[in-house]
Design a protein around this ligand. Structure first.
Ligand code: ATP
Ligand code: MG
Length: 441
């Protein structure tokens, strides 16, 4: 990929322009990290660049960016530019193309992102980004206060880069971030979410969450984020959150949701405010719903036994009591919610946090972590549509007019089958329904 990008640079140089590798690629190259894409910059105006690369896609002409195809790769090529005036604490109101790379690097956010490299591998690094990388420091280019006021998104980027690259935010930069935190309200939620996501998926999400807590940055989002994360100070971060990097990115938001004590109904509105795709909000809601349902059912079982939670017999009772509520929860919230619940509960339990407030129920959680997958395998059906009998068929066979009884009866049938108390056969289901239909009105 680098070789092919080098060819693009060579082509530009042959035509009399100066051209460099820039941005994240140079940063990741200098620090020996894996490369995912390559950004290029040159002194050629967008029009001239398009002439040189007729196959290029004019992806962002206004900002001087075209996408060049070369050797099966796509490279973003941007004309050196300077962003003079900023409006509304976010985008520059106009861009001005310049002929010098140094001008271009000056408008970039952090020194580690403001390095350029020519096609021979020679570094051009006027702000000592390489030195900062080596010292482990994240520093704004130029005057940090001004840089955050120009574009408040840089504060989120600051925290994301500090976390993902394990950098210490340089003092003036950090003070400027604290001073300007409230400007985050000018930034679209979508961009805030994108930074959050990249931080959460990164190698050290807990570091980012600590910085967010320290700066209280999330108190200042454009739309209010009504969850604890926005109000936590760094010494309030729960143990599980401090160990997030030890778990897979897929369940990190679930751990966070649980650690924030969110309820099933909180998830979708919150995730919507964060502009996540709807299915993400549903996924979190299903996980929380699964958890709450299971908790309620098991707590009731303990209470109905009228037993002391410390009673050793409770363990025996538990062994029998646990599978049914688990399987019912699977029917209600889906198999993937169950699997995610197991993973998340396992992770939290390993961090030594108690999953539910009642200590006695911890035994149930541990049993489900161990045997939940087995319970799932035992289930002949996991969804209503796997039942060998459809609703209309049932209604016709019983010769009753439609009504609430139908849903109730169907739910009962699927439960009986899922818990292996009734075979999933048309005849058996119909017989059971005939016999018991009086209970369903
Ligand atoms: P990665 O793609 O690995 O997240 P990156 O540094 O390439 O990191 P991009 O968002 O792709 O990040 O931006 C490319 C470059 O553009 C950055 O390295 C930086 O120099 C510059 N840049 C991006 N966003 C801003 C910003 N808000 N303010 C100033 N410069 C920015
Ligand atoms: Mg990039």
């Amino acid at each position: 990929m680098m070789e092919e990008a080098g060819r693009v640079l060579a082509r530009l140089e042959e035509a009399g322009y100066t051209a460099f590798f820039v941005g994240g690629f140079v940063r990741d190259n200098v620090s020996g990290r894996e490369i995912h894409d390559i950004d290029l910059a040159s002194s050629a105006s967008p029009e001239k660049a398009l002439e040189l690369f007729p196959n290029a896609i004019p992806t962002g002409l206004k900002h001087g960016t075209i996408t060049v195809k070369q050797g099966g790769f796509l490279f973003e090529l941007t004309t050196f530019r300077k962003e003079s005036e900023y409006e509304d604490f976010r985008r520059p109101s106009g861009v001005e193309f310049v002929s010098e790379i140094e001008e271009d690097l000056r408008r970039r956010d952090f020194t580690i992102n403001a390095m350029a490299m020519d096609r021979h591998g020679k570094l051009f690094d006027p702000f000592d980004g390489a030195g900062d990388l080596q010292r482990g420091i994240l520093r704004a280019v130029g005057e940090p206060d001004q840089r955050f006021r120009e574009d408040a998104l840089r504060m989120m980027r600051c925290i994301r880069f500090a976390a993902n690259y394990r950098l210490q935010v340089e003092k003036e930069t950090w003070l400027a971030l604290l001073a300007n935190a409230r400007l985050l309200k000018h930034i679209a939620m979508e961009r805030v979410r994108s930074e959050l996501e990249r931080m959460m998926e990164g190698p050290f999400p807990e570091d980012g969450l600590k910085l967010l807590a320290d700066s209280r940055l999330l108190r200042h989002t454009k739309e209010r984020l009504a969850f604890e994360l926005a109000d936590w100070t760094s010494n309030q971060l729960p143990e599980a959150v401090l160990r997030l990097s030890r778990t897979t990115p897929e369940i990190r938001w679930l751990v966070l949701a649980k650690a924030m004590n969110l309820g099933q109904l909180d998830a979708e509105p919150l995730w919507r405010v964060l502009t996540f795709p709807a299915k993400e909000g549903k996924r979190v809601a299903a996980f929380l719903g699964f958890d709450q349902f299971l908790h309620r059912e098991l707590a009731e079982t303990v209470d109905s036994q009228g037993r002391d939670h410390a009673d050793p017999d409770w363990l025996t009772i538990l062994a029998e009591a646990v599978p049914v509520p688990f399987k019912r929860a699977v029917l209600l919230f889906g198999e993937s919610a169950a699997k995610e619940w197991i993973l998340t509960a396992d992770f939290l339990t390993q961090t030594g946090s108690s999953w539910w407030p009642e200590e006695a129920l911890q035994t149930a959680v541990e049993k489900l972590i161990r045997e939940g997958e087995e319970f799932l395998r035992q289930m002949p059906v996991k969804r209503m549509d796997e039942l060998a009998l459809g609703g209309s068929e049932l209604q016709a066979a019983l010769n009753r007019s439609p009504g609430p009884w139908m849903g109730k009866l169907m739910r009962k049938l699927v439960e009986e089958v899922a818990c292996s108390r009734l075979p999933n056969g048309r005849e058996e289901l119909l017989n059971w329904a005939m016999e018991r239909q009086g209970e369903f009105t």
